[in-house]
Design a protein around this ligand. Sequence first.
Ligand SMILES: Cc1cc2nc3c(=O)[nH]c(=O)nc-3n(C[C@H](O)[C@H](O)[C@H](O)COP(=O)(O)OP(=O)(O)OC[C@H]3O[C@@H](n4cnc5c(N)ncnc54)[C@H](O)[C@@H]3O)c2cc1C
Length: 425
Amino acid sequence: MTNETTAPASGSIMVVGGGISGLTTALEAAEVGYEVYLVEKNPYLGGRVAQLNQYFPKLCPPTCGLEINFRRIKDNPRIQVLTLAQVAKVDGAPGNNNVSVDIKPRYVNEKCTVCGDCAEACGADVSDIFNFGMGKKKGAHLPFEMAFPARFILSPEIIGTDAAQKAKDACKYDAIDLNMEAKTLDLNVGAIVWATGWQPYDAAKIDNLGFGQYDNIITNMMMERLAAPNGPTQGQILRPSDDKAPESVAFVQCAGSRDENHLPYCSYICCMASLKQATYVRERSPEAKIYIFYIDMRAPGQRYEKFYQTIKDDENVFFIKGKVAEVSEDAATKAVTVVAENAVTGEKIHQTVDMAVLATGMQPTAAEAKLPADLKYNADGFIINDFEKGGMFAAGCANKPADVVSSNQNATGMALKAIQTLARK
Ligand SMILES: Cc1cc2nc3c(=O)[nH]c(=O)nc-3n(C[C@H](O)[C@H](O)[C@H](O)COP(=O)(O)OP(=O)(O)OC[C@H]3O[C@@H](n4cnc5c(N)ncnc54)[C@H](O)[C@@H]3O)c2cc1C
C-alpha cells in the first residue's frame, strides 16, 4: 500500500526548444518523475505558436493552450527552464551526456513585477522580430503579454546607452542589472530531445512572387501577426502601403513549397493556414473577396476536410487551381496582380487584389544552424530519429512538418523514448 502517485524514476532529460513540442516532452517526462532541463533560445516559451492568432480548425486563441502548459510548468519543481539559452557542446553516450549550455544575459532579474515603468522610461524603440519587423517595440519590453517567464528583457541593442540607464533608474524594484553577464552551465543528462522547430521559409528568395519588392505582398506568418489582437495593428488587417482594410485578398499556396529550387516538400499546414486566414479577413470585412490559388488543396483528416468544406461554402471565397507564375504591384494604385494559369480551364488569369499573402512553408531551424551534437539530418535539414542508437531524439517540426496536434503526439512519444533511455541505463 502506498500513496506514491508517480512511477519510480531517476535521471534527467534535456529538452532543447520550448515550443509546443518541447513543452509537451518536458511536461510528459517531468510529470512521471524525471528531472527536466528545458533549454530555449528565446526569452520566452511557446515557440511559433505564440505568434499565431488562432488555431485551426477550432479557431481558438493558441494562448489558451499555452497558458495551461505554463501553469503545469510553474507547478512542477522538476522542470528547470533556461531561457536565452543554447546548447554549445554535447559529449558522452546514451544515458550519460555532458552538455554545455550558453546563457545570454536578460539584464532583468526575478524581482521584476512586470509593472512596465522601465519601458515607459527607456524611450528607445528597437525592431520587432516577434511581429516580423512590422512596427517597433520598446528597448525594455515584455516579449508578449502572456509571456512565460513573465519578466521584462532589455534588448542587447540598448545596453551601454542612456536608454538602458533610464530603464534601470525607473525600476522601483531593483530588477534591472546592467552588469549581468553571459554564462555557461555544465550539466549531465541521460537523454536529449531536440525540439528546435521551424522557421518561415525566406519569401524574398522566391523572386517571381514579389515579397520584399512590394509592400502589399506579405507572408502567412505576417498575416497571423496582423490578425492577432496583440499584433502591430491590434488585430486589424490593414494593407501595409496605406493602412486600408483590404476588400480583396489573394492567397498564393505552395509559395516556394513542393519546388526543387526552394523547399521540395509539402509543409502539411499551409493550406489549412490559408483557409483559416480567409476567415480572419471575412470576419473583419463581410464584403471582402478571397482568391485562393493552389496546386492541390490538402486538408488531411476528417476535421480538416470539414473545415475546408465550410470555407468552400462561403460564396465570397474563390478557389483557383493553378500554380502562380508572378505577383506584382502597381506603383501608382498599389493594387496587386496575381498571374496564374487555371489548370482546369486553361485560361490565363490576371487577378487584381488589394493584398496578397504568400503561403510560405516551414523550414527546420537546423537546416541553417546545425546542432552541436552527433545527429543525422535528411536533405532538407529535418533531424532523422535513429532509434537503434538512441539517447537523442527529435520531436515536432524539428523532425518533420506538422500541425500542433501531430507535434504533440510525436513529442509525447519522444518523452517515452527519452525515459526508456534512462530506464535502460
Ligand atoms: C502560417 C502558419 C499558421 C499555422 N497555424 C496553425 C494552426 O492554426 N494550427 C496548428 O495546429 N498548427 C499551425 N501551424 C503549425 C504550428 O506552428 C507548428 O505545428 C508548431 O509551431 C510546431 O511546434 P514546435 O514546437 O515543433 O516548433 P516551434 O514552434 O518552431 O518551436 C521551436 C522552439 O525551439 C526554439 N529553438 C530553436 N532552435 C533552438 C536552439 N538551437 N536552442 C534552443 N532553442 C531553440 C525556438 O526558439 C522555439 O521556441 C501554423 C504554421 C504556419 C506557418
